[in-house]
Design a protein around this ligand. Structure first.
Ligand code: SF4
Length: 248
C-alpha cells in the first residue's frame, strides 16, 4: 500500500499536537515522553483512539522550523524520549526525518518511532534517525485497510519488512499487536510464526488489549499469550497505562 503526501509543501508539517506525558504503551511504558503527533493516517482502525488525527487536513499547518521551536520550548528536563506518533508518522516521513535529526543532534534526546509500518520504503528512510522503533502489526479485525485480503496481505508484508530492517539495523525493535475479543487466534498464530521467522532479536512482544471496544476476556488474552510464549518467553500483556492513570 502506498500513500502519497501530495499537497504537502516541502518544509511544512501538518501537526496535530505536542505534549509531554507518561508513555502509556509498550516496553517503555512509564517513561517521561514528549509526544509529537503528526496529523494524517491512511489506515482506519475501528478501535482507533486518536480519530481526531486521522484526516490528512486535521491539525495545523506549520513550517518544520516552527515545530522545532515548539519542541525546544516545550521540552522539559529528564525527558526520556521524543515519540513521533500520529496519525501515522510515515505519512509525513520527510518532516519526521528533519525533526528527528533535530531532536537527536541539537537536543540530545532519544527518538522513537511509533508506526503501523504501512510503507517499508518510507520506513527505510526514517530508520537511521530513530533510536527506538515500535513495529505494530494489525490483525484483520482492526479493519485498518479496506479492499479485502489482498490489501491486508500488503500491509502485513510491509510490517514484516519494516521489522526485518529494524532488526538488521540493530534498533532492537519491539512488536505490538492490539487484540480484541473477536481477534482470530489462528490468524494471530500465523502472524506470530511469520514475525519470528523474520527475527527473534526483539526488545519485547506486547499484546495490547483493546480499550472500551470489544475488550478481550482473560481466557482470550491467555490464548494469544500462549501462541507467542514458545517463541519468546518475555511476551507481555500490557494495557494502555495512560488510560489507567487518567492522563492523555
Ligand atoms: S494506524 Fe493508528 S492512527 Fe491510524 S487509524 Fe490505526 S490506530 Fe488510528
Amino acid at each position: 500500500m502506498r500513500h502519497s503526501s501530495r499537497g504537502r509543501e516541502p518544509g511544512r508539517v501538518r501537526l496535530s499536537e505536542i505534549f509531554t506525558s507518561v508513555e502509556g504503551e509498550g516496553v517503555l511504558f512509564g517513561t517521561k515522553t514528549m509526544f509529537v503527533r503528526l496529523a494524517g493516517c491512511p489506515l482506519k482502525c475501528h478501535w482507533c483512539d486518536t480519530t481526531y488525527a486521522i484526516p490528512m487536513d486535521s491539525g495545523v499547518d506549520l513550517s518544520v522550523e516552527e515545530v522545532k521551536d515548539r519542541i525546544s520550548q516545550e521540552l522539559v528536563p529528564n525527558t526520556y524520549k521524543v515519540n513521533f506518533t500520529g496519525g501515522e508518522p510515515l505519512a509525513q516521513h520527510r518532516a519526521v526525518i528533519e525533526l528527528a535529526r533535530f531532536v537527536k543532534e541539537k537536543k540530545g534526546v532519544k527518538t522513537y518511532l511509533e508506526s503501523a509500518c504501512y510503507d517499508s520504503a518510507r520506513f527505510a528512510e526514517v530508520l537511521p534517525y530513530m533510536d527506538i522503533v515500535k513495529v505494530e502489526f494489525k490483525l484483520k479485525d482492526a479493519r485498518a485497510v479496506a479492499g479485502g485480503d489482498r490489501n491486508y496481505a500488503t500491509l502485513v508484508k510491509n510490517e514484516l519488512e519494516c521489522l526485518r530492517m529494524a532488526a538488521e539495523a540493530c534498533k532492537k525493535p519491539y512488536v505490538k499487536v492490539v487484540v480484541t475479543n473477536s481477534s482470530d487466534l489462528k490468524e494471530f498464530t500465523d502472524l506470530v510464526r511469520k514475525i519470528f521467522a523474520v527475527t527473534r532479536d526483539i526488545a519485547g512482544f506486547i499484546i495490547q488489549p483493546s480499550s472500551k471496544v470489544d475488550e478481550p476476556v482473560l481466557e482470550r488474552l491467555f490464548a494469544f499469550y500462549d501462541a507467542v510464549y514458545p517463541y519468546y518467553d518475555q511476551v507481555r500483556v500490557v494495557p494502555q497505562l495512560h488510560k489507567v492513570i487518567g492522563v492523555r
